[in-house]
Design a protein around this ligand. Structure first.
Ligand code: C2E
Ligand code: CA
Ligand code: CA
Length: 685
């Protein structure tokens, strides 16, 4: 601690040095004092001994008198520090001794000392801290005796030293303190800049604030150092700020990249990649903890129609609104994701029981079927929801999603705007669908398809046309209804080859039919949504007409309202071309789609086909009767022909012709029949 800082080290060394110097000075002066003292006392003792020895000469010249010697020695009483004195005769026989005040019991002069004194001869010596004066009484040539005086010099010396110390020490101490104080003061002033610098660096280290500065004036080296340090700090500070800015930019970029990679740009919802990754982790967790997971899959019914008819901006806006509204129906922790297009997936964070699940799905279906207000349009869509449970998929990710998709498809098949919970049996159907989809190409090559014809009659019950309907007797699957395989062919992209096959066959048959029945016979063909999107089909049809010399007016295309509206622009282009050729167009299953009646005038149409469900309920349901009446009325105003399909009873027939229906088709007249039957067919009246 003491030597940790320069200041402490230098202070300690300086204080130590000052103390040492003071001590040395004190010791030297004490020694000097002792030397002087000895010199002084030696001189005095020498003089005293000299005087006494001179005075003793007359006494020893004769027979010495003990009394006189004693009184002579008693003169020494005046000298406090004379310890002992002895007068010897010339043969060093002690004649008389004197014991001073400071005499101790022990004989001060040993025989050994005496011998050394004898040897040394007269003089003043220092022995055992005592001054010993040895004097010859008389003359060298005529010695009379000797005088030895022992002077106690230690006691007085110590006393004198003590006196000296008493005088010197306080002063020395005061001076010492003053010097040390001055030292600290000067040092404080000298080290202040250095300490300030050190404090600054310490603070910077703690706070990481590089904008801190130290202000030290003067021309000292530390001042210039501090100036340099400030400059350096400024540079560091600027660099740090730049770095911070860069880091912030990088973080922002990283966030943007993460957002782009994981979130849908349009709705801001997690995208497919993010959702699938999350689902993978959640499935693994759920499997470990044996917890079920619930997945909802939904897509918008007729979204494509909105996109095509109202524009992509409105379509995009609709997706945003749908995503925002969907969020309201779910809780925090549920993950809503947009898979792309109009498909959404939702992972529930908990496992509600079937009743709750039903309520959640109902809320979603009902909520999203309420109209959306977009760019002053009131857009109404519905959703088909599929629900799957992780247990049914054995916690397998793709199976889980596939199950939800299968259930969703089930909702679509069930008429849309509804929800379905997946059950394993649905998978069997899925397998059958796959089998069907995979058998279509083979069926064409294997010539498994047949074209049947169902007559359309006039109010007078004369055959005026036919609807070409496909029949399939598969080698492996047996008879498969078009109601089953046509939607599968549409989904699996196989519809085009079927349509081409049908058109090809029809073009081959039509001449025979016309010849057998009536040259004005019109045969209608069903087209799928995919067909009318295909430009190549137009040229294919044209080439067929050419190849088989088919009069285009002998052909009518039937297309459903939804297929038309889903591809509004392309369908219009397609049918414009066809109408230009001379073929006519019928809107199939009219009344079952989303009936945007306002569009009817914009469609390239000749005929409206009233759907079988209305005909079925004619006379039974007032609503159906009213709708059918209205449709017929409206068609008349739009200058469209009306064809009623699925006519099975006389009542239906009567009602329809009473209301002005132009064409009728149904089991009442004939089921679909093969070409051979057509050629020999006569309607039973
Ligand atoms: P769709 O175009 O509505 O055809 C009418 C369907 O109703 C036919 O069923 C027909 O047999 C049936 N039908 C006609 N009259 C009656 C009746 O009085 N009572 C009853 N119960 N049914 C009647 P089909 O032939 O099974 O065809 C089902 C659907 O498959 C068709 O419905 C059509 O959408 C599609 N389809 C059939 N052949 C083709 C084809 O060649 N191409 C395309 N794209 N679709 C086809
Ligand atoms: Ca049809
Ligand atoms: Ca129909």
């Amino acid at each position: 601690m003491l030597f940790k800082t320069i200041k402490n080290t230098t202070s300690s060394i300086a204080v130590l040095a000052i103390c040492l110097v003071s001590l040395t000075v004190l010791t030297v002066s004490l020694q000097e004092h002792e030397k002087l003292y000895f010199e002084f006392v030696k001189g005095d003792l020498d003089a005293l001994a000299e005087n006494m020895s001179s005075d003793l000469i007359p006494l020893l010249a004769f027979e010495p008198d003990e009394f006189e010697l004693t009184s002579m020695l008693l003169r020494l009483d005046r000298y406090d520090n004379v310890k002992f004195a002895t007068i010897y005769d010339k043969t060093w026989q002690a004649l008389q001794s004197y014991h001073g005040k400071s005499f101790s019991a022990q004989h001060p002069i040993t025989i050994f000392q005496l011998e050394s004194f004898k040897e040394k001869g007269p003089g003043v010596y220092l022995a055992n801290g005592e001054l010993v004066a040895v004097k010859l009484i008389g003359d060298v040539r005529l010695p009379l005796g000797y005088l030895i005086i022992i002077h106690d010099s230690n006691g007085p010396l110590n006393k004198s030293k003590l006196n000296l110390l008493k005088q010197v020490l306080p002063l020395t101490l005061i001076l010492l303190f003053i010097v040390i104080f001055l030292l600290f003061w000067i040092q404080g002033r000298l080290f202040y800049p250095l300490i300030s610098l050190s404090r600054l660096t310490h603070k910077i280290r703690q706070t990481k604030d590089y904008s801190l500065k130290v202000h030290i004036r003067g021309k000292q080296e530390v001042a210039s150092l501090s100036h340099d340090l400030n400059l350096m700090m400024e540079t560091i500070n600027q660099e740090t700020l730049k770095n911070k800015e860069y880091t912030a930019q990088l973080m922002e970029q990283q966030k943007t990249m993460e957002r782009l990679a994981n979130f849908d740009g349009l709705t801001g919802l997690p995208n497919r990649q993010f959702f699938m990754e999350t689902l993978r982790i959640e499935l693994a967790k759920a499997k470990r903890s044996k917890k079920n997971l619930i997945l909802l899959y939904f897509d918008l019914d007729g979204f494509k129609g909105v996109n095509d008819s109202l524009g992509h901006d409105t379509g995009d806006q609709l997706l945003i609104e749908v995503s925002n509204r969907s969020k309201e129906y779910f809780r925090d922790g549920d993950i809503i994701s947009r898979l792309g297009g109009d498909e959404f997936l939702i992972l529930l964070h908990n496992e509600p029981n079937d009743f709750l699940l039903y309520q959640i799905a109902e809320r979603l279906v009902n909520g999203l079927s309420k109209p959306f207000k977009i760019n002053s349009w009131e857009v109404q869509v519905s959703v088909s929801v599929g629900i799957a449970k992780a247990y049914d998929a054995n916690f397998n990710l793709s199976e889980f999603v596939c199950n939800a998709d299968v259930a969703m498809y089930r909702s679509k098949m069930a008429g849309r705007d509804t929800h379905t919970i997946f059950v394993p049996e649905m998978m069997e159907e899925k397998k059958r669908k796959l089998l069907i989809a995979n058998s279509i190409s083979h069926a064409i090559k294997n010539d498994e398809f047949m074209l049947y014809y169902q007559p359309k009659v006039s109010p007078e019950e004369e055959i005026i046309g036919y609807e070409a309907l496909l029949r399939w007797t598969s080698e492996t699957l047996g008879k498969v209804s078009p109601a089953e395989f046509i939607p599968i062919a549409e989904q699996s992209g196989k519809i085009q080859i079927i349509t081409k096959w049908v058109l090809d066959r029809l073009c081959q048959d039509i001449e025979n039919i016309q010849q057998a029945i009536n040259p004005n016979i019109v045969v209608s063909v069903n087209l799928s949504a995919q067909d009318i999107k295909s430009v190549s089909l137009i040229s294919y049809i044209k080439s067929l007409f050419k190849q088989y010399a088919v009069e285009p007016s002998a052909i009518e295309f039937e297309v459903t309202e939804s297929a038309y509206l889903e591809n509004f622009d392309m369908a219009n282009d397609f049918f414009s071309e066809m109408r230009a050729l001379g073929t006519s167009i019928a809107l199939d299953d009219f009344g079952t789609g989303y009936s945007s009646l306002s569009y009817l005038t914009q469609l390239q149409l000749n005929t409206l086909k009233i759907d079988k469900q209305f005909v079925d309920n004619l006379v039974i349901s007032e609503r159906s009767t009213l709708i059918t009446k209205t449709i017929i009325e409206m068609a008349k105003q739009l200058n469209l022909k009306i064809c009623a399909e699925g006519v099975e009873t006389r009542e239906q027939f009567n009602f329809l012709i009473e209301n002005g229906c132009h064409q009728l088709q149904g089991y009442l007249f004939s089921k679909p029949i093969c070409l051979t039957q057509v050629l020999s067919h006569k309607l039973k009246k």
